[in-house]
Design a protein around this ligand. Structure first.
Ligand code: GZL
Length: 332
């Protein structure tokens, strides 16, 4: 009996090792948990990889580049089969991504992209992320349209901007798009622009400093909704009415932003979908099947949302479908 038992245990161990040896492992170097967007992005990718039956080796870098470099090197030494990567900033990745290439581990770039010189110097199988410049344009165009709609197109209005993480293309891109469009509206004057690092707490603190430094603030453009939601707290604490005294436009479109819009505390949010899971699985399935892929940066379909749009939430609070025909149309 004892012999049979030890035989069964040995057999299970061999099968276990074989199974893990056969299982495809995906290393995912994620930036952190700085925003609702990031959390939803992580949830989407991890759920999709698990549903596909693959093994996930997940690393949360807590918004530190050095942690991401270490995570990528760990993935190489662990011998993962594929790597998913979004860098907290755009620079400083050449050396470690070349090490990934030398280890011949296929690389999929998500969300924030390394700078172009790095993209030109490395191999990667696929790239998927928001069109940040266009998102910035939409923030500014929505604002200009709204200012005209409320009859203030001829007034000089003071604009403050809460920027995302310094050096991240999500921030530099949105800022570029915003400034490109605001150049067409000389009555919309940017009087302050500062990073809030994509977090609610820092958005609240920077907005508080803006309010102390400037008597007249008419418009807040926030590179993400978390900073806008933090700023709303400071605006209320200063005795002003967010969404009325100060027009507030954010970006990302998480449920929390829709709640603020419905409450009248915020005026609009530009969509930047975090739901990358389906793209990641489709790309990995192609790689596993040995299908050729190209390096074209693929942008997801994105819309813009304001109080006039009809909105349907999924069970987990994410926007899953755009209910009204107004939703998703270009607002300019
Ligand atoms: C955009 C993403 C940004 C979000 C923020 O794709 O990189 O990072 O806009 C998040 O909410 O922190």
């Amino acid at each position: 009996m004892k012999k049979l038992l030890s035989l069964i245990v040995a057999l299970m161990m061999v099968l276990g090792i074989a199974a893990s040896a056969g299982a495809i492992t995906i290393g995912f170097s994620q930036i952190g948990q700085e925003s609702d967007w990031r959390t939803a992005n992580t949830d989407s990718v991890l759920a999709a990889v698990e549903a596909a039956g693959w093994e996930m080796v997940y690393s949360d870098a807590q918004q530190k580049q050095e942690n991401q470099v270490q995570a990528l090197r760990n993935f190489i030494s662990q011998g993962v089969d594929y790597i998913l990567f979004t860098g907290v900033v755009s620079t400083g990745w050449d050396e470690v991504l070349k090490e990934v290439n030398e280890a011949e581990i296929p690389l999929i770039l998500l969300d924030r992209m390394p700078e172009q010189s790095t993209l030109d110097a490395i191999d990667y199988a696929a790239a998927f992320g928001g069109d940040f410049v266009e998102e910035g344009r939409r923030m500014a165009y929505w604002t200009a349209n709204y200012v005209e709609k409320i009859g203030k197109a001829d007034e000089e209005l003071n604009v403050v901007i809460l920027e995302g993480t310094t050096g991240a293309d999500a921030a530099t891109g949105r800022q570029e798009g915003i400034m490109e469009v605001l150049a067409n509206y000389p009555n919309l004057k940017v009087i302050a622009s500062q990073t809030g690092n994509f977090t609610r707490a820092e958005g609240q603190a920077v907005m508080e400093s803006f309010l102390k430094a400037h008597d007249k603030i008419d418009i807040l453009l926030a590179h993400n909704d978390d900073m806008a939601l933090g700023a709303i707290e400071s605006i209320k604490a200063a005795g002003k009415d967010p969404g009325e005294d100060i027009i507030i436009v954010g970006c990302d479109a998480p449920k929390t932003a829709f709640d603020a819009i419905i409450a009248g505390d915020m005026n609009a949010t530009i969509e930047c979908t975090p739901l990358y899971g389906p793209f990641v699985v489709a790309a990995l399935e192609k790689l596993i099947a040995g299908e050729a892929m190209d390096k074209t940066l693929i942008h997801p379909e994105e819309g813009a949302f304001d109080a006039e749009g009809g909105i349907v939430y999924s069970a987990d609070g994410r926007v899953t479908e755009k209910a009204a025909d107004k939703i998703g149309e270009r607002l300019y």
